[in-house]
Design a protein around this ligand. Structure first.
Ligand code: FES
Length: 163
């Protein structure tokens, strides 16, 4: 081949460059749309991420403390996370409350004789169903875990804020 055949004209250079930049920008604009389209599938897999904690027969109408752990994969990072929940029956429903105080995150404890949760750090108190008592540092109820009861087995999933 001659040297002339290897040369890229100014027009060709601009065409290649603009095509590359245009393709890159189009991909940047399309990625959020693809992510939006796939989001329900991603959420469905997150919701199915339930972790067995106890049997339904273990529960009463008084909150009991359960500690459970599971492996969590966050992108390329894999770790074992530990959670603590107070779980009890309320009629036909199973309630799983986070033991983390909604003020600054200290661990609350259930006082069976008073029928409420108390926080040792700043005197926060919560009713049995997790609602915060007024005029105390916590400004919102205890968080609740998603609960799944299947074949007499109680599993919990994502933890959610209550308003
Ligand atoms: S951390 Fe619980 S009251 Fe402050």
């Amino acid at each position: 081949m001659s040297e002339k055949e290897h040369k890229v004209s100014r027009r060709q250079f601009l065409t290649y460059t603009l095509t590359g930049v245009g393709g890159f920008m189009a991909a940047g604009a399309l990625m959020p749309m693809v992510r939006f389209a796939l989001d329900p599938a991603l959420k469905a897999s997150a919701q199915s991420d339930m972790h067995y904690v106890c049997d339904l027969d273990d529960l009463t109408d008084e909150p009991q403390r359960f500690v459970f752990s599971y492996d969590q994969v966050d992108a390329w990072y894999e770790s074992e996370v530990q959670h603590e929940a107070y779980i009890f029956r309320q009629g036909d429903e199973v309630i799983a409350l986070s033991s983390s105080c909604t003020h600054l995150g200290c661990t609350v404890a259930y006082q069976e004789d008073q029928g409420e949760f108390s926080c040792p750090c700043h005197g926060g108190r919560f009713e049995k169903d997790g609602n915060n008592l007024p005029n105390l540092p916590p400004q919102r109820p205890l968080d609740r875990f998603d609960v799944l009861v299947e074949d007499g087995r109680v599993s919990v999933g994502q933890v959610n804020q209550q308003t």
